[in-house]
Design a protein around this ligand. Structure first.
Ligand code: CO
Length: 319
């Protein structure tokens, strides 16, 4: 313990004695950010192309498309856009969590246990499907946009009771520094913590960076992480890398943090999401995600016959 403390003091002193980051970049042609021991770099850049989903909805699928099938523990990231009469009518989930973050408009959800609610811009619904939820997710008027992330659950949590954590926009911890604003949906940044309980350890940060700003965000070293840019353009990982435009997913290498620069003349908005890998086999059949094929077959049977968590589906229809 003592050695560790001395070591971290040493690192702190070394960091203190370094000139500011910007000076280093200007005075040398350094190709990596000096803010971290092992800066995370961009391993893969993929455009989340639009596709049809649900009933008349359009989604840009980032994680979960063929080039990015699974980034343990993440199964899917959809940037959805939906207008009435479209939507996501009654459908089941088992074995993972869905996190919905609204960007514009509203979504009303109803489930077979009588849980009902509407989330609007900046609100989050963190739904643990566990052993089973059947629900509908239907849009408000006009255009409704948001992000839906699917986070896998480990074998020990797949069959837990369903649960909701809802965070209204005003209650999301937010911090701001040097032209950089962060909203902390899960995890910690700029010294503020999210109250969300994550069964699979996860960080979910929403950043807005003003023109000319830069940010260096720590990330637990062994977690998988990615960025999704939804507005503006930014430089990620290395100051010499080419700017990333909206609707791209960046898969990051492992490391202790990510550096970001907004060298453009407009605000940059993106999410940075990271999670501890579960390292278990993943067998997915649409909205069911289990560890083995036989568990999937069992799930289909449970859903069809309304048992083992799907009992309430038998006589239920959303309004
Ligand atoms: Co759903």
């Amino acid at each position: 313990m003592r050695i560790r403390q001395q070591f971290s003091l040493l690192i702190t002193n070394i960091r203190r004695s370094l000139p500011p980051v910007r000076n280093i970049i200007m005075s040398s042609e350094s190709d990596h950010s000096p803010a971290f021991n092992t800066p995370r770099l961009v391993l893969k850049k993929v455009l989340a192309k639009s596709q049809r989903e649900g009933d008349g909805a359009v989604v840009r699928r980032g994680i979960g498309r063929s080039e990015l099938k699974n980034l343990d523990p993440f199964l899917m990231l959809d940037h959805f856009s939906v207008s009435p009469p479209g939507g996501f009518p009654d459908h089941p989930h088992r074995g993972f969590e869905t996190v919905t973050y609204m960007l514009e408009g509203a979504i009303t959800h109803q489930d077979f246990a009588g849980h009902k609610g509407t989330i609007g811009p900046g609100d989050v619904q963190w739904m643990t499907a566990g052993r089973g939820i059947v629900h509908s997710e239907m849009p408000g008027e006009a255009t409704n946009k948001g992000l839906q992330l699917w986070i896998n659950l480990s074998a020990k949590d797949k069959m837990i009771e369903p649960n909701y954590q809802e965070l209204l926009s005003d209650n999301i911890p937010t911090a701001e520094k040097d032209g950089v604003e962060v909203r902390v949906i899960a995890g910690e940044a700029m010294g503020v913590h999210s109250p969300v309980y994550t069964r699979t350890p996860t960080m979910y940060l929403v950043f807005t960076m003003m023109p000319g700003s830069e940010w260096h965000q720590s990330i637990p070293e062994s977690w998988n992480s990615f960025v999704y840019v939804f507005e503006g353009e930014g430089v990620f990982g290395s100051p010499s890398s080419s700017p990333t435009m909206p609707y791209h997913v960046l898969v990051l290498s492992l490391g202790d943090g990510l550096s970001v620069w907004n060298n453009s003349s407009k605000p940059l908005k993106f999410v940075l999401i990271g999670g501890q890998p579960i390292n278990e086999p993943v067998v997915q059949y649409g909205p069911f995600v289990m560890n083995t094929q036989s568990e999937i077959e069992k799930t289909i049977e449970d859903y069809q016959y309304g048992k083992n968590g799907f009992e309430m589906r038998n006589n239920w229809r959303s309004q």
